[in-house]
Design a protein around this ligand. Structure first.
Ligand SMILES: Cc1cc2nc3c(=O)[nH]c(=O)nc-3n(C[C@H](O)[C@H](O)[C@H](O)COP(=O)(O)O)c2cc1C
Length: 465
């Protein structure tokens, strides 16, 4: 028996042609369900919680990344709903297209009041769909067809109304129907006034969506278009696009345990002074991010930095080389790959003082003792993980780097020149392995880190055989 509402029946009877979509493609992705712990946490903090669900591509399983042919073509369905932040969607689309992602836009009726479909069409080069009853689709089933070959759907911005619809499975317009009739991951980037965000109904809906495996990116806190300040700002376009790019990274190191050290160490001379170096930690954090993108389980042991912890990594903060050494020894069991990026101080004051050393008018001398060589220690353990070293040199880069690799008996070493790399957002790297050297010309550190992780995955596979 078929039951039709009056409105729907009219539309079906007059417009739908009989050709059927015969696609029976099974869903090729699997989403990990968030732990109970996360859900409980959200309930407890329902009015003030910050969604830390970012970097959500990481939750996709290997199956998703290796079996879906559409991933190779990188197709994204960008859904825009009615909110002030709709203007940011244009920039999201522009940046995604720049990264060679084919963007198909679908807008709600309200979204069209904030930004014109023509803008999105011009930016993406694709027709923008807004209507459930669009007869341009051959079989008149826009509600199913448009998301068929998408690798993912991103709703940006996601209005409070649309979140409520998603949480309750409503399908009363094209975009909400596509979200139900999908076989790919769904990402949402909420954007709304802080009171709308904090409302128990919105919070309940978000928890429901999380349980359903919907991936929530943001929001951020800050000044809002309404003049208030608080939680609910959509993430900036650049950040959103970074999150989506993570999703598109191949999962080369799925579930491998990677231990990474990053940043400088600080060796105390007295209660207020110490020896440290100019390392910012940017490269180590970039490597941690790239490893997470590749599906690895990452433990990041970090010296003092001003960087934001990569979401998804287990972060262990340390100060001195000794502390870093202890943390590495503790974290070593079960580690598949160890990447030593930290600029560990070679020396520490042999006789440091707990009190502030008083000023004197005569010279005082500082006796330095060697710190442990953490990488060498790990490489010499009876069953070492695959070890990757970093070398920052001021001269004879290639000679010194390859000598270091051989001395430490490690399969891979990444070298860079100190003046170019330290504290910079970019670097030029040379990778040394048993096959020789491989130049990675200057690029942002995250890109270098992705190249490095790809190289590591290739070597690791052979090394592990
Ligand atoms: C000027 C204006 C700004 C709005 N901004 C937002 C917003 O930022 N976030 C939001 O969730 N709703 C906002 N709304 C309300 C939504 O547009 C409204 O709930 C609408 O029904 C959403 O439709 P949609 O979810 O189908 O796109 C705004 C409404 C107006 C009139």
């Amino acid at each position: 028996m078929v039951l039709l509402s009056k409105e729907s029946s009219n539309k079906y009877i007059t417009k739908i042609n009989t050709q059927h979509d015969s696609s029976t493609t099974e869903p090729v992705f699997k989403l990990k369900i968030f732990s109970n712990q996360n859900v409980i946490l959200l309930f407890k903090k329902k009015f003030i919680f910050r969604l830390k669900f970012c970097s959500l591509g990481r939750y996709l399983t290997k199956t998703a990344m290796t079996t879906s042919s559409s991933l190779h073509t990188k197709r994204l369905l960008l859904g825009i709903t009615g909110g002030i932040a709709a203007y940011k969607a244009a920039e999201v689309a522009r940046l995604l297209v720049k990264k060679d992602i084919d963007v198909q836009t679908v807008m709600t009726e309200s979204a069209c009041k904030f930004i014109g479909p023509a803008t999105l069409q011009a930016l993406t080069g694709n027709t923008v769909f807004t209507d459930l009853w669009d007869s341009r689709i051959n079989n008149n089933m826009a509600h199913i067809n448009i998301s068929r070959d998408a690798s993912a759907i991103l709703i940006s911005p996601a209005s409070a109304n649309f979140i409520a619809k998603l949480a309750n499975g409503f399908a009363d317009d094209l975009l909400s129907t596509l979200c139900l009739a999908r076989n790919c991951p769904l990402f949402i980037a909420p954007a709304m006034n802080r009171q709308m965000w904090e409302h128990p109904a919105t919070q309940r809906n978000l928890v429901t969506l999380q349980r359903d495996g919907v991936l929530i990116i943001g929001p951020a806190s800050g000044a809002q278009a309404c003049g208030e300040a608080g939680m609910g700002r959509m993430l900036e376009a650049q950040k959103l696009v970074e999150e989506m790019l993570i999703f598109f990274q191949p999962k080369l190191l799925q579930d491998k345990h990677i231990l990474i050290t990053a940043g400088p160490t600080y060796e105390a001379i007295d209660a207020v002074r110490g020896i440290t170096n100019l390392s910012s930690g940017k490269m180590g954090y970039a490597v941690a991010n790239a490893a997470l993108e590749a599906g690895a389980k990452v433990t990041l042991i970090s010296g003092p930095t001003f960087l934001e912890a990569p979401s998804g990594a287990t972060l262990i903060n340390v100060t001195s080389a000794q502390e870093m050494f202890s943390a590495v020894k503790k974290g070593l069991s079960g580690t598949d790959i160890f990447i030593s990026v930290a600029a560990v101080a070679d020396f520490l004051p042999a006789n440091n003082s707990n009190q502030k050393i008083k000023r004197t008018s005569s010279n005082i001398s500082l006796l330095l003792a060697p710190n442990p060589d953490i990488l060498e220690f790990v490489a010499k353990t009876p069953k070492p993980p695959f070890c990757v070293g970093f070398a920052a040199e001021t001269e004879n880069l290639e000679k010194n780097a390859e000598a270091k690799r051989r001395r430490k008996k490690i399969p891979l070493l990444a070298a860079n020149l100190v003046p170019n790399a330290i504290n910079s957002d970019k670097s030029e790297l040379i990778l040394f392995d048993d096959n020789g050297k491989h130049l990675l010309p200057e690029a942002p550190k995250i890109e270098q880190a992705r190249h490095l992780i790809k190289h590591v995955s290739l070597l690791y596979e052979k090394w592990n055989k």
